[in-house]
Design a protein around this ligand. Structure first.
Ligand SMILES: [Ca+2]
Length: 520
């Protein structure tokens, strides 16, 4: 008997059982072994396009790669160990372990492939979110259905039919569809145990979803149910899809930690900051890079603030980039900055690279939790904490500054024999090891607040768990870009979390199904 005919037989017997259960008012029989959804790694491949949207649409882990706009393009041929070696630091690591358990309520797979390791994953419940009908706006009905589909797909115990397959095999179903017909479609045509469908009514800003569900899982409290959900906020899809998924799963959705979830420890508890001169009040630029006096300035702030950091991003981009390069090459000095034209359009400095103002390197403590505090007078900036490690990878480039010290162009360097290049790189790395660090962690404080007044923000990081074990050095980067203009910062302070009692292991981002994405 082939897998497909076996599945068909199971469907047939389940149907028979289902009718009996309906009549007798008993719980439904053993679940189906859905042929189309459960055989990954077995005979039948998942439908083309299945599961793809799941990975593509998942938001990146908080803090990961989100500062891309701020990566300064490195000059051709030069390698700035930090900027152009960036990788997705967290969340990109596949988690190789997964509990190998089977769902006792599901039939054991009977194909030979069942003995393969892949078959030991818990059986998933096959589910389908039918497109919603929305008389006023059919596309909106599809959009809301897909929002719920995506959210449901993040639940590891569900195997949710993807949008393309749903569109191909399942019609839009209004909430008042005869549930017997839905059951028939689920069992005879789709081999699914969980069906979600409904009708969307748009009334001005208010969106109302008449949500209907047929739940054939054994032990389901209600085989069929309906629920009205409505919302009139700015993001009704997010609000309604969350409520819908909670209704379907019967559990509250996990919400990532938000700012303010954990109260900021009082100053007396925080103790001494880990970074030097976070107040900017020490003479010179202790603890930080030198300000360039064109886009970054350390100057007197309002009363009571001592020295503050002022950044402006409303500058003509090309002359500023030239100036910064000249500083690196020893051809210009912040003591004598050029006059750079003010520019505020998309082509200006703030519209492209923005301005990074970097702290000195700070020795990292793996397993540690930290608090980052910052004051700022205009929202929009980000205060990054980037973690780096020494790398054993073959290094075949030199930072521009090292090339300048050798009085060599990138082209001349590239033309050297490999052995010679390696020797020069090794010498440069010995002289300035920090220039060869590789970024392996990043997190940022998003400067949200009001313009025109000083705001204070504080947040702990990592959001969960401790600093990953491979992070050797931390650097704070105050990053300012758009809208173009002037921004001020003060008291950018890094502390060890005073509430932490012992080192914590790294915790991977809790983005469900992330592992599946990385398997591929
Ligand atoms: Ca200050």
């Amino acid at each position: 008997m082939t897998t497909r005919s076996a599945a068909a037989a199971i469907v047939f017997f389940s149907l028979t059982g289902l009718c009996a259960a309906d009549n007798a008012g008993q719980s439904p029989p053993a679940p189906l072994r859905p042929a189309r959804f459960s055989e990954q790694g077995e005979n039948q491949p998942a439908p083309k396009g299945a599961r793809s949207e799941q990975g593509e649409n998942q938001s990146a882990p908080k803090g990961a790669r989100s500062g891309q706009g701020g990566n300064q393009p490195a000059p051709k041929g030069a390698r700035s160990g930090q900027m152009d070696n960036q990788t997705a630091p967290r969340g990109a690591n596949p988690n190789p372990t997964k509990p190998a358990s089977t769902n006792p309520s599901s039939p054991t797979p009977t194909t030979p492939a069942a003995s393969k390791p892949t078959a030991t994953r818990p059986a998933k419940v096959a589910a389908c979110v039918f497109d919603f009908t929305c008389p006023a706006d059919a596309e909106y009905g599809k959009k809301l259905a897909n929002a719920i589909r995506m959210r449901l797909a993040r639940h590891e115990d569900l195997d949710v039919m993807d949008q393309l397959t749903t569109a191909e095999f399942a019609p839009a179903l209004p909430a008042n569809t005869d549930s017997n017909k839905v059951v028939e479609m689920m069992t005879k045509r789709l081999a699914i145990e969980l069906a979600v469908y409904g009708t969307v009514v748009k009334d001005g800003d208010r969106v109302r979803l008449e949500l209907a569900c047929v739940d054939l899982r054994p032990g389901a409290a209600h085989k069929t149910w309906q629920k009205d959900l409505s919302d009139n906020t700015e993001r009704p899809e997010a609000v309604i899809s969350k409520a819908a998924v909670e209704a379907v799963t019967g559990a509250a959705e996990w919400v990532p930690p938000q700012y303010g979830d954990e109260p900021e420890p009082p100053a007396a508890q925080l103790g001494e900051p880990v970074n030097v001169n976070g107040t900017f009040d020490q003479p010179g630029h202790a603890g930080w890079q030198a300000p360039d006096n064109a886009a970054s300035f350390l100057e007197s702030g309002p009363a009571g603030r001592g020295t503050i950091l002022r950044i402006r991003t409303d500058l003509a981009r090309a002359p500023y980039i030239d100036y910064i390069r000249d500083i690196r090459m020893g051809r210009a000095s912040p003591a004598n900055p050029p006059t750079i034209a003010t520019e505020t359009g998309y082509g200006c400095l703030g519209g492209f690279e923005g301005v990074h103002f970097k702290s000195d390197w700070i020795k990292a403590t793996p397993g540690q939790r930290y608090w980052l505090l910052a004051d700022f007078d205009r929202p929009g900036g980000k205060v990054f904490v980037k973690g780096s490690k020494a790398t054993d990878f073959a290094l075949d480039g030199l930072p521009e500054s090292a090339l300048a010290a050798l009085n060599m162009t990138p082209e001349q360097f590239a033309a050297l024999p490999e052995a010679e290049r390696k020797k020069l790189v090794a010498e440069a790395a010995k002289k300035d090891p920090k220039a060869f660090l590789r970024e392996c962690y990043r997190w940022y404080l998003n400067c949200r607040g009001e313009a025109g007044k000083w705001n204070h923000l504080a947040a702990p990081f990592p959001p969960r768990g401790g600093l990953p074990a491979d992070v050797q050095w931390l650097q704070i980067q105050v990053y300012t870009y758009w809208p173009a203009g002037t921004y001020r910062y003060d008291n950018v302070l890094l502390y060890k979390d005073p509430r932490q009692k012992a080192p914590l292991p790294e915790e991977k981002p809790r983005t469900p199904n992330l592992r599946d994405r990385n398997d591929k």
